[in-house]
Design a binder for this molecule. Structure first.
Ligand code: TPP
Ligand code: MG
Length: 340
């Protein structure tokens, strides 16, 4: 499917934004300003931006450990700087800096966050998917209208994560109950240093969904038009109560597993091959060659994004760290349990 040129333009800008976001995060992780482990999704922008673009603000998103792109784009523009300051572990972060890179959630934007355990959110995502199914089935408050569409849940998972038993449990239930769930399987070829063909017998990982009668597709995850088209189809089926979909997005992570991993396990030339297939380059080529955008117009997008990113970085650097005496504030619920 070809996108309308204005929409392709918009998602190109989204991809440039998350590419530059990640490059700045990497810079400040490398110089020690950002604490903890950082997993970058440079090279995987189309799969992240395309999925978010195909969903509604009110749909549930479960990013994974490599999820900065989906996280930033899920939040509205005015809260994106707070996503970055969260990664900088600052008090102004969306989670007051207590979460950091792997735990950024923004519940208002229905970004449900991650917790560091691979495969865990594949089952917790059943919860939000079940919630709208159950409320509608029982005509609960707000769901009395039988024509109202279900809220969709999209959960991101990697090729390595697919091997977790939780993925089977989740697909089994989602398929049986026809839950509005989309499994966004990001096949970036590696789980840490293990190539996906060394940890799974199938050539195409989408076949895991087929075993549970989940409609399953493999698409070019670097082609943002293909990503949006297939995700919109899956979302439409989910909204109408027709059940889950699994989409295997073929892509590649340009960096090592974490920021600082030299990725010596990759064969020579593999990275360069995928860099030639960069999702930003593909979209830019189409904008210029098919839709007639000029180099000046493309440069203007980059300049506009750069100003935003520098604003997020400045905000993050200037924001205060949480105070030591407040270390457990925002960590536990302020709740008194009866009888204790
Ligand atoms: C249950 C569990 N086992 C192991 C780990 C350590 N770990 C973190 S990321 C990762 C690899 C995940 O690979 P993949 O699912 O392909 O995602 P990618 O890193 O390629 O985005 C592993 C083994 C973990 N976090 N949780
Ligand atoms: Mg992987």
């Amino acid at each position: 499917m070809a996108l309308a040129k204005e929409r392709l333009w918009k998602v190109y800008r989204d991809m440039v934004l998350i590419r530059r976001f990640e490059e700045e995060v990497e810079k400040y992780a490398q110089n020690g300003t950002i604490p903890g482990f950082i997993h970058l999704s440079i090279g995987q922008e189309a799969a992240q931006a395309g999925v978010v673009e195909a969903l509604k603000y009110t749909d549930y998103k479960f990013p994974d450990h490599r999820g900065h792109g989906a996280i930033v784009l899920s939040s509205p523009p005015e809260r994106r700087k707070n996503c970055m300051s969260e990664i900088f572990a600052k008090e102004t972060g969306v989670n007051h800096g207590r979460g950091g890179s792997m735990h950024v959630n923004d519940l208002e934007a229905r970004n449900m966050g991650f917790n560091g355990i691979q495969g865990s959110t594949v089952v917790t995502a059943l919860g939000t998917a079940f919630d709208s199914y159950y409320r509608k089935a029982n005509k609960m408050a707000g769901w009395e209208d039988e024509n109202k569409d279900l809220d969709v849940t999209a959960v991101f998972m990697g090729d390595g994560t697919l091997g977790e038993g939780t993925c089977h449990e989740s697909m089994n239930l989602a398929a049986t109950w026809k839950l509005p769930l989309i499994y966004c399987l990001i096949n970036n070829h590696y789980a840490i240093s293990t190539h996906y063909t060394e940890s799974h017998p199938q050539k195409e990982l989408k076949t895991w969904g087929e075993g549970y009668e989940v409609p399953s597709y493999r698409v070019d995850g670097n082609d943002i038009e293909a990503v949006i088209e297939i995700t919109e189809e899956a979302a439409e089926r989910a909204r109408k109560g027709k059940g889950p979909t699994l989409i295997e997005f073929m892509t590649y992570r340009w960096q090592g597993h974490f920021s600082g991993d030299p990725a010596a396990y990759r064969p020579d030339g593999e990275l360069e091959k995928w860099q030639a297939n960069c999702p930003l380059l593909l979209a830019k080529k189409k904008l210029m060659e098919v839709h007639g955008y000029s180099k000046e117009e493309i440069d203007a997008v980059h300049a506009e994004v750069e100003e935003k990113i520098q604003g997020y970085v400045k905000f993050s650097l200037e924001s205060p760290s949480p105070k030591a005496e407040d270390a457990v504030k925002h960590v536990y619920m302020d709740r008194v349990v009866e009888g204790r």
